[in-house]
Design a protein around this ligand. Structure first.
Ligand code: GCO
Length: 451
């Protein structure tokens, strides 16, 4: 038992975080291109102008993927490289770039998994209301159609939207991600609804214009919940909290059910419908039909979770972490249990094959005097998480795992201050160095188990 024999061992990146936006002629501007220019927004004024210069170095990067033995690579397409203004004219140079990347991957036996939206909203569409404008479902559909027409002869696996919780929550509630606007709560619910409609429209277009039967998914995020013990009441407590809406209104996007129930169960959760009634847009049956357009696989980004137990009053409660519990370099708790319980609960509720579309850790990596990058903390993190994933593979349909990230990259507001990669990037020279964890992951992929 354990991992399936055809388990998909991969790594992930996203376009703005690695490509370098000053490269690619013909690209339009997206909200991140504009946002990073504002002083004070990004750590030390970093931008994605050069990033990992992947736009020019993708062949070298594919070679590295091959050296690691990756079976699959999850990357995203920047909407503004394909349709610079979001709708209308197609940019052939952008198409040529992704096309060459796909060919290079396939020639090296690496399966491409394409994400349509990892936060690069075209600035021209933002000016027309962006996610607030209901027409965005059609704009996104038009983009999905072009992607299907141009790439689906070779690309079979697609994810529509990455982490809607983040780009609505961080972009429009906390306002520290692009476009950096604090919107009224009412607007954020309208945006969220349009995000889900856009997802549904993209699924339809990919199916309609796909050149082969496609495998289509969605890639939300969440903080997982796991029980303090295996007692049935603790498990029930963790399950309840996991699918409930606990945050304040000012942070409402951090939950699973509001974003996944509509897509997979065809309805918004009752709890949210009651609690947020005053903020909700008009939701029609037709919308729900579009949103729940059937998908094939469920992608889940997963980094950490909360430990929950059933309290004395029969109410779930958070369990305080022990003093000195491990944390990542960017201060996230290390909680390997989350990648056992999260997929288990998700599979129970949604009954879809699951891919872990992101998981990994930021470490304080340095190039040592011996010229190598020793990252035992990342190896330990990945080993602990993968052991839990291996365990849940006996109980749920787990198809694959994409480590975040193939290489160090632009970590949004933290700029280049965080290193999540299996591969170290020296941003000055653009030299890449495989970290110890890359070699460790190569051995795991070969053995198909964790030593
Ligand atoms: C995402 C993530 C990534 C981050 C990673 C580490 O939306 O998929 O935010 O882009 O780089 O999660 O924080």
């Amino acid at each position: 038992m354990g991992f399936r024999s055809d388990f998909v061992w991969g790594a992930a990146t996203s376009s703005y975080q690695i490509e370098g936006s000053e490269n690619g002629s013909g690209k339009g501007e997206n909200i991140w291109d504009v946002f990073v220019r504002e002083p004070g927004r990004i750590y030390e004024g970093h931008t994605g102008l050069k990033a990992c210069d992947h736009y020019n170095r993708f062949r070298e990067d594919v070679k590295i993927m091959k050296e690691i033995g990756l079976k699959a690579y999850r990357f995203s397409i920047d909407w503004t490289r394909i349709i610079p203004e979001g709708t209308g004219a197609v940019n052939e140079e952008g198409i040529a770039f992704y096309s060459a990347l796909v060919d290079e991957l396939l020639e090296n036996g690496i399966e491409p998994y394409v994400t349509l939206y990892h936060w690069e909203l075209p600035y021209e569409l933002y000016k027309r209301g962006g996610w607030l404008n209901p027409q965005i479902a059609d704009w996104f559909g038009e983009y999905a159609k072009v992607v299907a027409e141009r790439f689906s002869d070779r690309v079979k696996y697609f994810f529509t939207i990455n982490e809607p919780q983040c780009f609505i929550g961080l972009g429009f509630l906390r306002a520290d991600h692009a476009p950096g606007i604090k919107a009224p709560y009412r607007d954020t619910f309208e945006m969220a609804h349009n995000v889900l409609r856009a997802h549904g429209k993209a699924v339809q277009m990919l199916r309609q214009y796909g050149k082969q039967p496609l495998v289509i998914g969605y890639a939300p995020t969440a903080s997982m919940c796991y029980p303090e013990s295996e007692k049935p009441e603790d498990i029930e407590a963790a399950r309840q909290v996991f699918f409930s809406m606990q945050e304040d209104d000012s942070n409402w996007t951090w939950n699973v059910a509001w974003w996944s129930d509509p897509v997979l169960l065809g309805k918004y959760p009752e709890e949210g419908l009651c609690r947020y009634e005053k903020y909700l847009p008009k939701i029609t049956d037709e919308d729900m039909k579009l949103i729940s357009e059937p998908i094939d696989i469920y992608g889940q980004n997963m980094y950490n979770g909360r430990c929950i137990r059933m309290g004395k009053e029969g109410k779930p409660e958070d369990v305080r972490r022990k003093e000195g519990s491990p944390r990542t370099a960017n201060d996230w708790p290390v909680t390997p249990e989350c990648i056992y319980w999260g997929p288990k609960f998700l599979y129970e509720r949604y009954k879809k094959p699951i891919y872990i579309t992101e998981n990994g850790t930021s470490c304080h990596d340095v190039v040592s005097l011996d010229g190598k990058v020793h990252d035992p903390a990342r190896i330990d993190f990945l080993a602990r998480y993968l052991k839990q994933l291996e365990k849940v593979s006996d109980e749920a349909d787990i198809r694959g795992y994409f480590q975040w990230s193939l290489m160090d990259n632009f970590e949004w507001t933290r700029g280049y201050g965080e290193r999540f990669g299996l591969v170290y990037v020296d941003y000055e020279s653009q030299k890449r160095i495989l970290k110890d964890s890359a070699y460790w992951y190569r051995d795991v992929i070969q053995a198909q188990t964790i030593m």
